[in-house]
Design a protein around this ligand. Structure first.
Ligand code: FE2
Length: 392
């Protein structure tokens, strides 16, 4: 294991995990000082009756609900965040509740930023966000177990004009409370359960191979991998398995905290680009690209990638005691590939509406994606293009 000379680990907000935790959201909101709550969600979550549970839970406290925004698309956009902010401002909100997947939670982070700064969201991208005033309290209620966005410092928002995903980040963007309630994920269809779960697995594995890896994140990521390998297949097979849903929410959260500090790498850089340009769902893109990116990173022997993948293999429960690092790593990669087949996730980019003549454009986007800079080595353009072709 590489000698750790220096690292920084920051803990995001409070995490609460319990069956029916949303029934207590009002009391939790009171503790944050929020009094006028604005709820952000999407149509699917609303139709599934999940926002209603949260609104009922507000009765456990004093805060009143002053408005709702339910027009968040699967890959949120700058303009959506601006509209959400306009609605929250018009409603006189002083605190936020997000109920949904990563896109909803990230939209709400962007809204919180605009409630402090006003103006155009796009002016705040890339640099670390330093608020000029108090950021409003935000309780995130995830309805998927994948993004970990409820406990990360970043919001990924698409710039529709340029067809790329932009990253807004800073410790102050982490939600004040992550409210993990497995009952909020019971109605998530198996395909989405599988894809979002693979996003969580990708966070854990990329936090381990990132050049910013460090022991605290290693611990979170490795236990996340253990939980995902055990509970993701169960949650996909039977969506009403509350134990599996609970552990998947915890694993996704651990992966989120791990990558919020250690960051991710080439897999996310490539997944962001096919998501930004061709709308490939984030979890599906990661599931397709994770084994490809891992295999590529095996060349970074000096950065100890093979031995770090041995740790992954161990956490996956594979018997690798008697084999070399490289063979152990290959077993881990094979496991990941087999898992995506078992979970019935598309295997190739050609199956998810990425046009073959778009591979050069997504390569260009991936090369400048922020996640690429924390990969253990720096791939060349031609190498990334080859990876996209091999995943096509
Ligand atoms: Fe992700």
């Amino acid at each position: 294991m590489a000698f750790v000379e220096w690292f920084e680990f920051q803990i995001p907000g409070k995490v609460i995990c319990a069956e029916n935790a949303v029934s207590q959201i009002g009391g939790e909101l009171d503790k944050t000082g929020g009094t006028k709550a604005f709820l952000v969600t999407d149509e699917g979550v609303e139709k599934a009756g999940l926002t209603e549970k949260v609104i009922d839970g507000l009765g456990s406290g004093e805060a009143e609900l002053v408005g709702t925004f339910k027009d968040v698309p699967p890959n949120s956009e700058i303009q959506v965040v601006q509209s959400c902010y306009d609605a929250a401002k018009a409603a006189g909100a002083d605190c936020l509740i997000s109920v949904g997947g990563g896109s909803v939670i990230d939209t709400t982070k962007g809204c919180a930023l605009l409630m402090v700064e006003g103006g155009d969201l796009i002016d705040h991208q890339s640099a670390v966000y330093m608020p000029t005033g108090p950021v409003p309290p935000h309780i995130a209620v995830p309805t998927t177990a994948g993004t970990g966005s409820e406990s990360t410092f970043a919001a990924v928002i698409k710039d529709a004009e340029q067809q790329v995903k932009l990253i807004f980040q800073g410790p102050e963007l982490a939600p004040t409370i992550a409210l993990l309630d497995p009952m909020m994920t019971l109605t998530l269809p198996s395909g989405l359960t599988a894809a979002t779960g693979m996003d969580a697995l990708t966070h854990c594995i990329e936090a381990l191979h990132s050049e910013m890896h460090e022991p605290i994140c290693d611990g979170l990521a490795l236990h996340g991998i253990r939980l995902i390998s055990e509970y993701l297949p169960r949650a996909v097979r039977d969506g009403s398995d509350v134990e599996a849903r609970t552990y998947m929410m915890i694993a996704a959260n651990m992966g989120g905290v791990a990558f919020a500090n250690a960051f991710v790498g080439i897999v996310h850089a490539m997944a962001h680009s096919v998501g930004g340009r061709f709308g490939v769902p984030h979890g599906v893109a990661n599931a397709i690209l994770l084994p490809v990116g891992m295999e590529f990173n095996l060349r970074y022997v000096d950065e100890e990638v093979p031995s770090r993948y041995r740790m992954v293999a161990d956490a996956l429960g594979l018997d690798v005691d008697e084999v070399e690092d490289l063979d152990a790593a290959m077993k881990a990669i094979e496991f990941v590939r087999d898992l995506t087949v078992e979970l019935n996730i598309p295997q190739r980019l050609s199956e998810v509406e990425v046009p073959e003549d778009g591979l050069e454009a997504v390569t260009e986007d991936a090369m400048v994606d922020g996640s690429m800079f924390n990969n253990p080595g720096e791939p060349e353009y031609e190498e990334v293009l080859e990876l996209f072709k091999s995943a096509y």
